[in-house]
Design a protein around this ligand. Sequence first.
Ligand SMILES: [Zn+2]
Length: 470
Amino acid sequence: MSTLLIKGCTAILTGNRETPRSTGTDIRVADGRIAAIGTLTPNADERVIDARDCVAYPGWVNTHHHLFQSLLKGEPQGLNQSLSAWLASTPYRFRGAFDAETFRLAARIGLVELVRSGCTTVADHHYLYWPGMPFDGAAILFEEAQALGVRFVLCRGGATQTRGLESALPTALRPERFDDWMQDVERLAGQFHQPQADAMRRVVMAPTTTLHSTTAQELRESARLARALGLRLHSHLSETVDYLDASRAKFGMTPLQFCAEQDWIGDDVWFAHLVKLQPEEIALLGASGSGIAHCPQSNARLGSGIADIVALEQAGVKISIGVDGAASNEAADMQSETHAAWQLQRARKGMLARPRYDGGTFEGGGDAATIEDVIRWGTSGGAAVLGLDTGELRPGMPADIALYQLDDPRYFGLHDVAIGPVACGGRATLKALLCQGKVIVENDVIAGLDLRELGAQAAEAVKRLQQRAG
Ligand SMILES: [Zn+2]
């Protein structure tokens, strides 16, 4: 059996809550898994990666994305809009402009961005579906992820409702029939879903939003089918205060109460955003063991707010990080996202500080989240949400390992280099990135990928999309 030794790390951050830093400097990988961590001597014929001046993290787990949006960054009509207006201006306006070729290119760009930030697991909320869809986006996504060697979780989105947009819709906005959609989920589960804890491919039931995409009965039926197939459940929820208002007006209850009534809550469910919640919704989420994909950059870019991750975690909610689509996050990589999560939880808590004369008891939010907290959310937290046994650096775990070489001046002068990849922002050089023990990035290079060519293709595709969307 061939083994690989990562030798001489300056620091190893584990993603584990109780032991967030390892005392070891070396990691041995055998048969796709971490065989040992400690001070290790190279075996004869063992491949050694020199990790001096490097910091090891678990590979990031991104739990919410829309990869097709990777060609819609900074789209001018939506750039200065809040959620609803932005949805209409950008992602929905461009939906029908995608063909198989542009969709594949968008997926590739988004996945490459993520991989270059040290991400090894990607959950994509793919909702580009309409009757007579001319290409199979799911197959393209799985192919592109496989080509890069990362784990891929397809969250099969969709809708049977038009949210008040009536029948004179462009083809690409027409909703699906519920039965067709569920049959497709069954097909995808049969074709791609791997139940094992170290799966490379998963399928998830994922209506685009639980409040607006289906009828209540269909929502309940989707949960039943998902659980019968052994699939998890995912959706957008409470991204802005509009969700609360709409849910009260439509159903006479909070969004989380509505989800609970349709069995759309539990330890196999996670929601993106959860920015605007009532205290009783936080308690309900925590008691049910549900999870969140926290998307701080998208929430900031769209002016939606900052989710109260500290309160959610205290309530028992599983915390993970998602970059969300690049049409509302022009830095859709996991280093940028975790950097933002770290800073924005502190800013959020600080916003609540009141002058002492007014009865306040703290002066700021500097203790709201540590770097170790944020690493845990972005690694083992994500794995817990997805039901995967990854996201931690300890013996026995799948070897998903990011090795950052902190050779940029932004890291020079750090008293604790271990925090650099998150605390300093920006992208660090990847000495190596491993997924399931396989080296997928080496010396900052993805083998066979021409980044200059990818950039040229992107520029052409942006022009094409603009022409088609009009
Ligand atoms: Zn989203």
